[in-house]
Design a protein around this ligand. Structure first.
Ligand SMILES: NC(=O)c1ccc[n+]([C@@H]2O[C@H](COP(=O)([O-])OP(=O)(O)OC[C@H]3O[C@@H](n4cnc5c(N)ncnc54)[C@H](OP(=O)(O)O)[C@@H]3O)[C@@H](O)[C@H]2O)c1
Length: 381
């Protein structure tokens, strides 16, 4: 199987390469795509010997000229990223760029009918309708890489979708699960990025701390599993061993358990059956901490209250929530706003967003850009 990895230098990208290198007969790299990290790209290209490397940052592209393995072609820009996602040689695309920057190349893969491992949740949050419609038309198989959605996918296989009563995603609660909401005002970026169970990129780590990540995941689940707002819920599970549960009409609940390591959902997305070795540690339940569950306190995590309206509303609300959160998350990282201001800013933006159906990518971009401007204005004032 020939792979294109979008976001090859990131946390998911490098874990995908780790899995690939464990199974060289099954998986080979066609293209690696990244933005700025030229040094890591060089290292990865030497390891997996791809046919193409694409950098979307010009300085990084220039700095790699003449340094890649002899048979590896170097290309620049988002158009090249789209081309290597849709190329005939490619069987699967791992969509692991961060943010809505990943949308065009991932959609190109879906339109070309590829198997798509979807880590980039922003794709479905902002353009779920367009994505799922494109997959239906091209026959592309979209397989979730988020651990919760991969768990739901596994708990649904072989069962009647009409018998499902609830899809329950688990949330670790992040680093501030037990903190007094008042004390969260002065959280630093380093504290917010230090996730207790998962090693991830900065943006998603901060989203986990605000619980905005779970809000985005619920929207993602709506599209992936064609679920209604009242079928979707989340619960805190600090150990991150149970990744999600599916409840059926007869009261049965099917859960998927594994040690918290993204190589598990990654390998499942690459080849569901027969199962392949992923390199993650075995789960020894007798030695594990007790598995705990608790309801999510919406005062501590107001993102969970916000998402209820978004799930029940039209597409515009999800697009606005995502764009406002990206801007506010970055503003927090840049020291412009405090930790609690992130969700507060998103709430203010949602108040200004009209509830409307969005059917084309042009409308998505328009609303996305408009929301970013509104968010910047709110942050400045
Ligand atoms: N990490 C996890 O455990 C996890 C779990 C579930 C879902 N996800 C989702 O997976 C996606 C990736 O997460 P991550 O944690 O792997 O992020 P990350 O470590 O921050 O890596 C992001 C990757 O995207 C690339 N990138 C950023 N902007 C780009 C642009 N404009 N054009 C091309 N490439 C660009 C980066 O390239 P450079 O580094 O070269 O600049 C890097 O390779 C996100 O959507 C996240 O929500 C992650």
């Amino acid at each position: 199987m020939q792979l294109t990895i979008l976001g090859a230098t990131g946390s998911i990208g490098t874990s995908t390469i780790d899995v690939m290198l464990r199974h060289p007969e099954q998986f080979q790299a066609y293209a690696l795509v990244a933005h700025r990290n030229a040094d890591l790209m060089l290292e990865l290209a030497e390891k997996v010997q791809p046919q193409v490397v694409v950098m979307t940052d010009e300085t990084a592209y220039q700095s790699l000229k003449g340094r890649l393995p002899a048979h590896t072609r170097l290309e620049y820009g988002m158009d090249a990223a789209e081309a290597v996602s849709a190329a005939d040689e490619v069987d699967m695309v791992m969509a692991a760029m961060v943010g809505s920057a990943g949308l065009p190349a991932t959609l190109a893969a879906v339109r070309a009918g590829k198997r798509v491992g979807l880590a980039n949740k922003e794709c479905l949050v902002t353009a779920g309708r367009i994505f799922m419609q494109a997959a239906k038309e091209s026959g592309a198989e979209v397989v979730p890489v988020d651990s919760e959605h991969a768990a739901v996918h596994q708990a649904l296989v072989g069962h009647d979708r009409g018998s499902v009563t609830r899809i329950i995603l688990t949330a670790s609660g992040g680093p501030f699960r037990n903190r007094d909401p008042e004390s969260l005002k002065n959280i630093t970026v380093a504290e917010a990025v230090a996730h207790p169970n998962w090693s991830m990129g900065a943006k998603i780590s901060i989203d986990s701390a605000t619980m905005m990540n779970k809000a985005l995941e619920l929207i993602e689940a709506k599209w992936l599993f064609d679920a209604k707002a009242d079928e979707l819920s989340a619960i805190i599970h600090p150990q991150s061993i149970v990744h999600a549960m599916v409840e059926y009409r007869d009261g049965s609940v099917l859960a998927q358990l594994a040690m918290p390591d993204m190589r598990s959902p990654i390998v499942y997305a690459m080849q569901a059956e027969p199962r392949l070795e992923s390199g993650i540690p075995w789960l020894e339940l007798a030695q594990a901490q007790p598995l705990e569950f608790q309801a999510i306190d919406e005062k501590r995590f107001p993102a969970m209250a916000l998402v209820k309206d978004v799930l029940a509303g039209e597409d515009s609300l999800a697009i606005a929530l995502n764009a406002a959160n990206e801007v506010a998350n970055q503003a927090f990282q840049d020291g412009k706003i405090g930790f609690m201001d992130i969700v507060d800013t998103v709430a203010k933006v949602l108040d200004k967003t009209s509830n409307q159906h969005v059917a084309t990518l042009e409308e998505v971009w328009h609303l996305d850009a408009q929301t970013r401007r509104t968010t910047e204005d709110i942050i400045i004032t």
